[in-house]
Write a protein that binds this ligand. Sequence first.
Ligand code: IYR
Length: 228
Amino acid sequence: MRDHVTVPYVLPDIPDPDRITRAQAFAARLAERRTCRFFSDAAVPRAVIEAAIRAAGSAPSGANHQPWHFAVVCSPDKKRAIREAAEAKERAFYGADSGSPKAGEEWLAALRELGTDADKHFLDTAPYLIVVFAQRKGGIAEDGQTQNYYVNESVGIACGLLLATLHEAGLATLTHTPSPMGFLRQVCGRPEWEKPLMIVVVGHPAIDATVPAKALQKKPLDQIASWL
Ligand code: IYR
């Protein structure tokens, strides 16, 4: 006997050929997404950001606790504060301050083909920075007390939906993870039980934006899937 309330779940009856076409078209559209590091300062309607966050908030999560918070930063002062703090961390990471890099040689070599460095100009050029927080505790009550479950998995999926929606809206995105990023809690005024997970930078690509050719190399299906 089920002791919880249920509602019917019905999906539209799509013929299989259409199902395939739709899946392939959606996959092709998503495959056009790129991680962009060059943004213009052109405005983006707030309604797009709201819709993308609503999409993210529809993600599955452990016990449906929805253990995420999206701090939308658009004020020039806050963006600058985030840029300055992030660049200080990155200078240490890349060893740009003369000291030896915090990152090991293997990590730095892996990043070389992507051309990343300590300059994070996009953090105050792009119109929106969505700072994603994972709520280690808090559950539905958002009280920092109750346990949450599968937090990283849940928030990771939410970030995927956020990126997909922003891409569908024709916007460029970048997932940026300064390390360590505890400073984001302070800048965004979030409680100590929330862990900053990433900054999603959102905007239009700069007119002369480029992406590293390396980023276009995606593993083929037979390398990423097995059928048992
Ligand atoms: N956080 C650094 C380093 C960095 C790390 C990985 I893994 C990347 O895929 C890209 C960058 C930075 O943002 O430069």
